[in-house]
Structures are given as structure tokens and as C-alpha cells.
Design a binder for this molecule. Sequence first.
Ligand code: F6R
Length: 581
Amino acid sequence: MCGIVGYIGRREAAPIIVEGLKKLEYRGYDSFGIATLDNTLHLDKHKGRISENPQVASLLKGKIGVGHTRWATHGIPNDANAHPHIDCTGKIALVHNGIIENFTELRRQLLSRGHLFKSETDTEVIVHLIEEAYGRKRNLLDAVQEVLPLLEGSYAILVISLTEERLIAARNASPLVIGIGDGENFAASDMTPIIEHTERAVFLEDGDIASITRGKIEIFNKNNPVSRPVELIDWSQEDVKKGGYPHFMLKEIYEQPQALYNTIRSVDMDNLPKILRNPQSVTVVACGSSFHAGLIFKYLLEGACGIPARMEYASEFKYFPPPVEDLVIGITQSGETADTLAALRQAKTHNCRTLAITNVLGSTICRTVDNTIFMRAGPEISVAATKSFVAQLAVLMQVINCLCGRKCDDILQHAHQAIEEVLLMDLTDAVNLCKGASDIFYVGRGPFYPLCLEGALKMKEISYIHAEGYAAGELKHGPFALLSQETPVIALCMPGETYGVMVSNIKEMKARGAPVIAIGCRTDTELSDIVDIFIGLPKTPMFVQVLTTLVVLQLLAYHTAVSLGCDIDKPRNLAKSVTVE
Ligand code: F6R
């Protein structure tokens, strides 16, 4: 977690870094800081969000600088623990994203050699180690190069020194990208702060260290010069702005038809069989919403062609790996989720073939697995996953089509149109019921069960209302005890094999006094007659029903959270990219 930005060029660095950090707040926002260089090292860092407090930082002078927005891991959010961290001489400044696992021992050694620490962070050891190495080495690049092997854990760092006109960047297991400008260069955790300045980018790999001046970028790995490809990033500047929507989350919900359409078409169906290679079984590892997408995949794949699919929480897999063979798929929007990365590494030790489905080009996962399929959701800024979930389902449907020997059918090609229709629905009655509740249950069967998990996750993470998703048949095995007039139940009840039993379940819940909001087929008068609030969706094939129902659940959570005055895009205690276990 944490976002970092660096700049070197002809312009004043601070305003560029401030704007960049605001765009990275989705990676963490409990404190921020900036350091710039002219003939002195200027520093400004504070507890809180840069978007609420950018004034002083923007005024710092100098055409070289680094900045940081933090998600605390070591040390509480306060001014002292905010980055950048400065060495004892006051000449070197450093920002870091990641965790230095052996910092306690390094700190002890540094203290015994007389260094003064100003923070409780793991990060500060790095800047003091560089300070020592700088005393022995010719330049900052060599000094950082000497220090990196001492660090255990993950890092993306940017370092500046009063004595040199350059930025040093290095990464190991945390993302870092360099933006190539004209007489100026940028570095950041991802492209969102860079895209308004340049679309040319170089993604550093693990073990890379880069020396960045105004006009030159040199990259080394294990002390040898290496060249990394320059990628052209096709995100528009609008992609990273709110585009007139009150929140990124709503913008991203509305971008789902496009995300679906683009992703379905981007999967290379000619190459897919070479990647998948007719597996006997598939294991999927993921966390959070990505786990729910995987669970829908399991239901649909097994239903379509009987290939066994096992769904595992990535956080459990690392420590309790089940017997795995053949193909292991990791699903991760960010491509940086520590547990998913660890699970895939573990799978490799079992000689499994590994495939990642991710939204972020150049993310760590791409270098961890044998093959990667990119979704085309575009940058997802809001902490709550929405359009990336739809894009994951799009890729997974193409995987199912390939494994079942089917072509991408008309239904999939036109699914985005059904979503567009649902985006315009009025959910006021359902929102009014939900916003007054302390607990909400979501129930469904088959692929609609993981949708219940996803709907409940969206509701709890952004509205802070306690919500639970259940396979509908499970409610009477315990949770029925909680049903009352105060506990709304959201029942996903589409036409199909389980329709009859779902209607019976709904009647049982009604008999216990629970108000029921049913999401069903628009023409279903039997259902609309027995429930309190009925949300009717267009009649479509099953996979499209999954998508349209999902959108209703996202909008319900969104509007409920808005009506409660919640911080939609940055829910409390959460960060977008979970790079720690
Ligand atoms: C929920 C949400 C999280 C993520 C989870 C995995 O809205 O966003 O549950 O789905 O942290 O993240 P990725 O997909 O980046 O691995």
C-alpha cells in the first residue's frame, strides 16, 4: 500500500507531485509528504489527506522532488511517520511503498552506530543506510545499489540527494513505473499521476534500480545495465478523472458496459487454447471481490462442461495449500495483492501452470506467472471494485468458452446493452428500506450465491451496514434466528432451475416477518405479488442476468451509502491495493 510520485525536469516539481499524490490517494491516505531540492532540501509532511491540505506542499521550491501518500503499517498515522524520511545530514530524502521485514535488526545496528531516528517506520532505516553508504561511494546510485541487498521485504523507493541532480528509483515486489517526458521524467506507483504528462512508460522489474535525470534514464539489475521496453499507455486523461460524476464509484459503475465490451473483444481466442491447454481441473485463487468472480466462474464452468474448478481464498492457500495440479488461475484487479501473489508462487512450487487475470499492465503478478490475460476495465480508482469485477467475468466467460470449445456467442457480444438498461433503474424504495437497517441478508442459489456475497461486500464496505450473503438454502440452518421486521432480505430470484425453491424460501422469510426485496424477471407477477419491493430486470440469458443483477446490487450499495453520507470512494480502514498479508 502507499503511493509514491517523483519528478525531475524544467518545471516546479511540487505542484506536479501534489496533483499526482491526489490521484494516488486510493492507495492510502492517512498522511502525506513532499521533499524538493533547489539549493536546499525542502520538506513538508503531515497527518491527513493531501487532497484536504495541499497548500504548503505545493509551494515548495525546486525542480526535483518526491512525494508520498501513506497507508500506515509501521507506526501510527502522524506527521513524524509520514514520508519522505530524511537522513541525519538532512541531505537525502526517501519515499517508500512496501514493508522492510528486517527493519528491527537494521534499526538496532544503525542506532548503535549513532543514527538518530525521527519516526517509528520501517522505512527510515533505508535512508540511514544510504547515508552511510554514500559516505563510502562515489554517488547516490552506487550508494543505493549497496544498500538494496541488505533489505528483506518489499519496496518501491524514490531517493533524492541535495548533492545530485537526479532521482534514484528501485523496486522489489512493489510497483514502480517511470514516465518518459520531453526534457522531464516522472516516477510513480502507477500511471494515474503520470498519464496527464506523458503516455510513454517503462515498468521496472524486481531488482531494478534506475537513475533518472531530466534527459536520461539508466536501469540496472544486479549491477548490470538492462533495457526495459517503452510501453504506450492508452488511458486517456479523462479515464483518471471523475468525468462529471459525484464519485469515482458511480463513474466506474457506468463504465461497465464499455469495460465488458472492450474486455470480451480483447481476449485473444486464437491464443487462449495454447495458454489453457485442456486442463483436467482448474484451481482459482483470489481475494475479496475477485474471489467472488472466481466463484461465479466455478459454477458456470462446471455447469457448462464439467471440468472441476476449485475456488480458494489466496490468503489460506499459502499456508494450507490443497493438493493442486494442472492449471492455477489468479484473479486480481491490481495485480499487487500480496496473498494472491504468494498463492501463485506456491502453486509454481507444485509445478502447476499459472495464469493471471489482471487489470494492471506491468503489475507484479505479470512477472510472477506463466501467462497473463489483461482485462480492459481501465483504471479503477474507487476502493470498491465494480467495473473490474465485470471485466473479470468477461475474461472468465471467454475462458469457459475456450475450455468448452465454444465461440464467443451473440449473447456475450450484446451483454453490455442489457447493463446499460439497468443503469437507468430507479431504486429509491429499496434504498429507503436498506438505509434504515443495521443488518441485511442477501440470498440466492447457484451463480447468484456468489453475487450475494459480492452484493453484501459492496454494502458493508461503503455504507458500513452489516450485510451477509448466503446460499438461500442455508438461511434456515441458523441465520433464521436473526430474521425480524428489522432485517431486510435481498433475494435474487431469476427464472431457471432454482426459481421454485427460491420462491418457497422467500415465503419462509416473509413468514418470519422479514421485509423482502426481490430481484427477478420484469414479467414475473407471481414474485412481485409476494414481496415488499420488487426490482424487475429484462428477460435475458443466465449469464446476462448475473451481470444485470450485479449492477443492481452495486447501485443499491452506492445509493444507500450516499444517503447515509459515507465516504464512497475511500471507505474507512480500507485501501485499494492490499500489498501486505
Ligand atoms: C472490494 C474490493 C476488494 C478487492 C480485494 C482483491 O470491493 O475491492 O475486496 O477485490 O482486495 O483485490 P485485487 O483484485 O486487486 O487482488
